[in-house]
Design a protein around this ligand. Structure first.
Ligand code: NDP
Length: 497
């Protein structure tokens, strides 16, 4: 099987080279095309000195540059230019993203890159409406609460949707007047390196900086740096713990968008065709590599057999293959170790007494790429490891339940709490379930409808803090309370006669 490369990427990718003195000389890391397993580029790692330089650039741009104090309309115009730059380069950016992630090109063009561009418009429009608060205290004083940018934001992005997720952070940090240092995942640096280059052309010097390299090296140096004022992280729960501890030593505020094991609850009262479509989309879109995936599918017992049979049949028919083919529904997983880990859960499920309904195997017929067959597993109970651990691939774990209380009990029986899905046309069932679920987001009769104005984030090990319009404003700004007398009010006169 031969798969064409989506694009010829640069042979070497560096971090700081776009934003300041070129360093290079760091450790060289391979970048692979997941559809073939072939090395397609080399990433030059930024070490702690390079990170310090990037933070110093961002610090100088914040302390002495024009960006933090720029008027709202001017800042909006720059954000709009950033949006245009992404839109004008969608094809190239989507191909670079495809080359490192293996995500289906059609999806990258029509969804990820469009969202990336929109992130800049969203925050431009948000700041156009931002207002402070004013309080009149008796008739003599006015107190205002205004917001100021915080400073240098460290932005750490994962590999599963690199541009779409990182631009949310970049656009928010910039819109509220901060400067930033971005660290993408070392596995997927290609498209973000180009995005940063495009954005830097629109921004004052030093406002946006890129460092590249492994998390425990480049990322760790960044989050521990004393010149960093904020850390915004999206990634795994264990990494989140490490980063929060390191940032805590400097009392640096963090937001943590972490993992999930979201319950997709399908009641007998649901439109079964729509619920089936939604459940398939919930676990198999984005190659199953999504924090918000509906990876635990809970089905009411009276419809369980029919639903499960149909789900497995549809999963088995999903078209797995070339990310460049418009007909492809599932591309390769992001890396070889990740593929091995996802596949290992088929064996783990069997060891725990469960059964594999479909998939659980590598698609060797597609060559050396990281392709696996879409997988559905019946668990024996919610305590099974495939029901408790985040697998982060095209791997659905299915369980039966009996009524609302049982559904809620199983749904909440997890360390995670990012998203829950409810499928039912019976309003009291929806409301009784919704009010008891412990997750930051609940989607009713729809998969994955993210509203950027609303907070997004998780309970428990799924995160700390929220992303979204007002939540980002709160995180990326400091509030300043200023009280001014309207009249010359009389003061206590210490020491006067
Ligand atoms: P990781 O936690 O492994 O990595 C995320 C980012 O953190 C990468 O850039 C990584 O760098 C970096 N990193 C790793 N170790 C450190 C460290 N010690 N200090 C600083 N940075 C570090 O997550 P994955 O990339 O594997 O992403 C998958 C995870 O992300 C899943 O658990 C998923 O649920 C979660 N996620 C959450 C989302 C949400 O909004 N809640 C959205 C998307 C994903 P490198 O890769 O180079 O090592």
């Amino acid at each position: 099987m031969r798969f064409e490369l989506p694009i010829t990427p640069p042979s070497r990718v560096t971090g700081l080279s776009g934003a300041g003195p070129t360093r290079g000389g760091g450790r060289e890391l391979p970048v692979y095309y997941p559809a073939t397993g072939a090395q397609i580029s080399t990433l030059v790692e930024d070490d702690a000195d390079a990170v310090a330089l990037a933070v110093a650039n961002a610090r100088a741009a914040f302390d002495t540059g024009p960006w933090p104090a720029l008027g709202t309309e001017k800042r909006m115009a720059v954000l709009e230019a950033c949006r245009k730059a992404i839109l004008e380069n969608i094809d190239e950016l989507a191909r670079l993203e495809c080359a490192a992630t293996g995500l289906v090109l059609r999806e990258l063009k029509s969804r990820h890159m469009v969202r990336a561009a929109y992130n800049f418009r969203f925050f431009a429009e948000f700041i156009s409406q931002s207002a402070g608060q004013t309080y009149t205290q008796t008739e003599n004083y006015v107190t205002t609460v205004t917001r100021r940018p915080v400073g240098v934001a460290a932005l750490i992005a994962p590999w599963n949707a690199p541009v779409a997720l990182a631009t949310m952070k970049i656009a928010a940090a910039l819109a509220f007047g901060n400067t930033c240092v971005l660290k993408p995942s070392e596995q997927t640096p290609l498209a973000l390196a180009r995005v940063v280059e495009l954005l830097q052309a629109e921004l004052p010097e030093g406002v946006l900086n890129l460092v590249n390299g492994r998390g425990p090296v480049t990322g760790a140096a960044l989050v521990a740096h004393e010149g960093v004022d904020l850390v915004s992280f999206t990634g795994g729960t264990e990494t989140g713990r490490t980063i929060m501890s390191a940032a805590g030593r400097n009392l640096t505020p963090t937001t943590m968008e972490l993992g999930g094991k979201s319950a997709n609850i399908i009641f007998a009262s649901a439109d079964q065709d729509r619920a089936l479509d939604g459940a398939l989309q919930g676990i198999f879109s984005n190659n199953g590599q999504q924090c918000l995936a509906g990876s635990r599918i809970l089905v009411e017992r009276s419809v369980f057999d029919d639903f499960t049979e149909e789900f497995a049949a549809r999963a088995a028919r999903i078209k797995v293959g070339d990310p460049l083919d418009d007909a492809t529904e599932l591309g390769p997983l992001a890396s070889a170790p990740h593929m091995e880990r996802v596949l290992s859960f088929a064996q783990i499920a069997r060891e725990d007494g469960g059964s594999v309904l479909t998939g659980g195997t590598r698609r060797d017929d597609l060559g050396r790429g990281y392709f696996i067959a879409p997988t559905a597993v019946l668990a024996t109970s919610n305590a099974d490891r495939c029901a408790q651990q985040e697998i982060f691939g095209p791997f659905a774990t299915i369980l039966p339940f009996d009524g609302v209380e049982d559904a809620v009990r199983i749904a909440n029986d997890t360390n995670f709490g990012l998203v829950s899905y409810i499928w039912s046309d019976h309003l009291p069932t929806v409301m009784q379930t919704q009010t008891q679920l412990r997750s930051g987001v609940v989607w009713v009769n729809t998969p994955m409808m993210r509203e950027l104005r609303a907070p997004f984030g998780g309970f428990k090990s799924s995160g700390v803090g929220r992303e979204g319009g007002a939540a980002c404003e709160a995180f990326y700004t400091e509030e300043v309370t200023t009280t001014t007398p309207i009249h010359p009010v009389s003061l206590r006169r210490f020491g006067a006669e």
